[in-house]
Ligand binder design. Sequence first.
Ligand code: ADP
Ligand code: MG
Length: 651
Amino acid sequence: MTEPRWQRERFAGRVLLVDGEPRARARLEAALAERWPVAAVATGAEARGVLARGGVAALVTAASLPDEEGVELLSWAAANTPTVARILRSDARAGLSAAINEGHVWHVLGVEAPESELVEAVRGSLEHHEHERDARSCQERYQELFELAQVGLLCATPGGRLLEVNDALARSLGYASPGAMLDVELVELVCDVAQWERGLDILGSGAALADFELALRHSSGDEVSFLVNAALRRLGTGEHLLEASLLDVTARRRHEQERSELHEHLFRVQRTETVGALAGGIAHDFNNLLTIILNCASTLGERVAHRPELAGSVGSIRDAATRAASLTTQLLNFARGGGARTTKLQVNDSVRDVVGLLSETIRRGIAIGLTLDEALPDIVGNRDEVHQCVLNLALNACEAMGAQGRLTITTRRGVWPQPGDDQHARAKAGEYIEVAVADTGPGMSPEVQARIFEPFFTTKRRAGATGVGLGLGLAMVQRIIERHDGSVFVRSVAGQGTRVSLLLPIPAARRAPPPAPAPTRVVEPESSLIILADDEPAIRRVGKRILERERFTVLTAENGEDAVARVRENPEVMLVILDLVMPVMSGEEAYAKIREFNEEARFLLCTGHAVTRSLHNILRDARVRLLHKPYSIAEFTDAVRGVLEDSGGRG
Ligand code: ADP
Ligand code: MG
């Protein structure tokens, strides 16, 4: 790599002396040599050779050389080695003006001028020359920086006509070269003219723009966001020049946006999880209490059946408890993974079920329109949950419309996400069934829409009253649909109705059908011992009473460990009823322990929670059944009979 020219010249400092007359040459050479290294030659030809080899800072020549005129040599030097200072020794000024004006000759010195004057002339020329060289190298470096900079740079008139633009800016805006942007008016490029005028006002006030946000139009029409730093510079001529650097922050903005959306999503998920865990804990306790209330109410109901004035009250207690139980179930479904019972199902069936339900309760003024694709394939999912989702959306729509309006439910098949459409943009690419529930209600403001998936967010709570809305509907819909690997999208404009779209994935492969049910067997209650384990004394008491009424023999246990001990003492036990959540040892652990030494016993596992993965595994054991809390007496006894009568085993 060769050194840049400006550097080589800075450190080269020879003076080339040309004179055909040997004595004069020797005299001048001696004088110059005290200050600089000197090369002394006689002819123009020799001088050209030395100049061509480089390293010469100044050329001093006699007016007349043996082979040419000094002026000729200087003109040649001006053309070929322009950075060399050029001094002519001549008494005749006439005829030189052209050469001087054109810059071929820098300095003219009398032939008889003392040596000191020559030294002074060379020194002055070299100094002047040094300045020129510095200025030139600055200009070169500036140009290099300007062109190579990764940040966009521009010079413009104060009004914004582009005078100079670098490569980076041209590239950011989609122009083939900087030249293609010259003479463009900045105002034609800015996306927001008012913002640009604000920038001009700041500049006009004498201040600089610091990290000023400005979007410019890409040649494709897209917006490109820049951070602009700019100032008006006053030139020596009194004119002003706008100089600006523009940092392209479009990609950064996009990342920031994505990060903030992700953060928001994570935050929502975390909050939902927390609320879920909380709700689940409370609902678990409620379920125990409601089981007791329901069971006692049933027992009481039977006893007072002949006294209508009391039976009515008992009925009210039972109704209220049943309603509370349904709310608790909602909470629980929301709290944890819901049921894991997935089957093949037809989405259209769920829609028809919901419409059937609605048409009995819905107001006269609301029309229902169905547009169902009858050729939809089955999906794999939880029937109850899908039903619940459609019902929730339909109820929301009806509640929003009030007395009058039109509810439209549409199903269709398609591939999402669809290019150029922001609906379901986050869905994993694939084939889905869409269920869309649209209404002609009042729609939602953006503020409401931003919060609708929050658990317990509702606009239906009236001051002082317990409102109709629990605010769990859409939160639950979202959890269910996400659990089905689907996607929810809401489009709503205040005053123009709402459309909620659910996507449920169409499975690629189908599962094998479940095995055929085994034949049943007959149970003799009198000879059947049942062990009932629950940490809640009232549940033990009530459960024991119910089972004894059915003529079973019942032993109770307070926790899992206790239950294991009871089974050891009574190996003939037919059925072990285990509450899943118990202190000391959980129902699941007790089941595993008992299973180690007792092959015969059946199990009824009671839970108020959703089915977990480990529980799901246990349920594959044909000797095990699950009973959801809270349960009625009939459900309880049915479940007990069911698990006992089922022949169990595999074949
Ligand atoms: P809830 O129905 O118990 O209020 P949701 O989670 O089902 O709870 O809905 C939350 C909120 O979303 C509602 O309170 C309502 O403000 C708004 N919303 C839901 N669906 C619609 C709809 N179809 N039209 C207008 N607003 C709706
Ligand atoms: Mg709702």
